[in-house]
Unconditional design. Structure first.
Length: 200
């Protein structure tokens, strides 16, 4: 996983359309289409995204990373409101998909490891006996066993939080589709992503 700046793009044939700017530590290169950005190009794109502008990257690229002279930016007109809505919804879905693919996969692995180790030690936790088993483990006073239980519970909670995201995404998409203000669409999108990153 690389700590780098990338553009998440949509292939438009003769050019790419930038949907989002993504940091390398959020990135799963197996999902979606990404272009590596030079430092200067990354700053230009980030600024344009904040101003709710359309960003295009000419193809073919001249270098391994996108350079400033390969970027075209234009303002969004009122007649392009629908495109802004679609772009906002796609940005939310793409950013969340990338993060969930990375985080929930790792969290699930840790959860299964904790569950299996607890089972190996004689503590098979089910929905019907979980309170009883939690108490049994705590009463042992075994710090390693209690730490294992804490990891089991923490990873379980993180997976539950991830599953609860799907309804808010659906609700937000509905709000964006009914919105007529580009600034309000931007505000709702950024607020949602800020809240999302605070949990993940």
């Amino acid at each position: 996983m690389l700590n780098h700046n990338w553009a998440f793009v949509e292939d438009k044939g003769d050019y790419w359309k930038v949907l989002a700017s993504v940091k390398g530590y959020y990135l799963d290169l197996n999902k979606g289409q990404f272009l590596s950005l030079s430092h200067a190009a990354s700053k230009i794109i980030a600024d344009a995204l904040k101003k709710n502008k359309h960003i295009f990257i000419h193809r073919p690229l001249k270098h391994d990373s996108v350079q400033p002279d390969e970027i075209k930016i234009r303002s969004v007109g009122n007649n392009e409101l629908q495109e802004v809505k679609e772009s906002a919804i796609k940005k939310i879905q793409n950013v969340i998909d990338l993060n969930l693919a990375k985080n929930t996969g790792y969290v699930l692995y840790r959860h299964l490891c904790s569950m299996n180790e607890l089972g190996d030690r004689g503590y098979v936790i089910t929905e019907s006996n979980r309170e009883e088993k939690y108490l049994e483990i705590l009463e042992t006073g075994d710090e390693d066993l209690i730490s294992l239980l804490e990891n089991y519970l923490n990873t379980k909670e993180k997976m539950l939080r991830a599953s609860y995201l799907f309804q808010p995404i659906k609700t937000l998409s509905g709000h964006i589709n009914s919105e007529n203000s580009i600034e309000e669409i931007r505000r709702k999108t950024e607020n949602f992503l800020t809240k999302f990153y605070s949990h993940f």
